[in-house]
Design a protein around this ligand. Structure first.
Ligand SMILES: [Ca+2]
Length: 255
């Protein structure tokens, strides 16, 4: 009986959102969504950051030699500006706050700040460890590093002011937090390698909703593309895409 209890305990632990394998079965149950529209996405973009400023979509891409920041309009479509970063730097997430765009890098332990009106570089900043996703709540920057932690940082000093552990309703921590989006008081996050996004209470770190987006692309499109990564909120709708994805989906996420 003890052995059976042990086995069941192991099964329960690994069915949760633990270690490197967050499960699609983790509570809370998936919430559904509606597709409002579909827009083309450049399949050369290894998407790392995705955020709207008004009608302008800001996207950052990764990989050495290919990392850049693009501001464009998916509704016209029209590219306003595109800049590259040094070829030895692997770009990661971006977020816009008070006229400035903050860009992380993966393992270079530095980031860039740009003037959001013209993408001219204003300054650099440094941090320890990896940079993955970033968003902001209108006051502070919120950053992920691939772990289960979200780091709240002062936008001027980039000092950490608070750290939140993201966990499911069973209290199991959830690693692989990737691209982020702040919307209506919640943080929405991609989990690296998984076709669902989670909605997180920023005060507690608790995952309160989960959306399974595994049906967005056809099996052939999923085969040719890389992982789901990129959430941008605009006028009550969520725009999602992924690395090398051919499409951007405008979604209404239901409660
Ligand atoms: Ca985002």
């Amino acid at each position: 009986m003890k052995q059976l209890t042990f086995i069941l305990t192991v099964i329960i632990i690994f069915a949760g959102c633990s270690n490197d394998k967050p499960s699609a079965d983790v509570t809370p149950p998936a919430a559904d969504y509606e597709i409002i529209n579909i827009y083309p996405h450049d399949t050369s973009f290894f998407t790392q950051g995705f955020e709207f400023k008004g009608d302008t979509l800001l996207e950052s891409t990764g990989k050495e030699y290919y990392s850049k920041v693009i501001s464009y309009n998916i509704f016209t479509p029209q590219i306003y500006k595109e800049i590259s970063i040094p070829s030895d730097v692997f770009g990661e997430g971006i977020t816009e706050l008070n006229g400035q765009i903050f860009q992380l890098t993966w393992q270079n332990e530095k980031g860039y700040v740009y003037d959001s009106s013209n993408l001219s570089k204003l300054r650099e900043f440094s941090y320890s460890g990896e940079g993955w996703g970033i968003c902001n709540d209108g006051t502070e920057l919120i950053m992920s590093d691939g772990s289960e932690k979200l780091y709240f940082r002062n936008p001027e000093s980039f000092n950490v002011t608070k750290t939140v552990i993201v966990k499911d309703s069973n209290g199991v921590s959830c690693k692989n937090l990737n691209e982020l989006e702040y919307a209506d008081g919640k943080i929405y996050a991609n989990l690296w390698g998984y076709n669902f996004i989670v909605c997180i209470d920023p005060l507690t770190g608790m995952i309160v909703k989960k959306y399974d987006l595994s049906g967005l692309l056809s099996p052939q499109e999923y085969y040719e593309a890389d992982v789901l990564n990129g959430i941008a909120f605009r006028n009550g709708h969520f725009f999602v895409t992924g690395k090398f994805w051919p499409k951007i989906f405008e979604l209404k996420l239901n409660d």
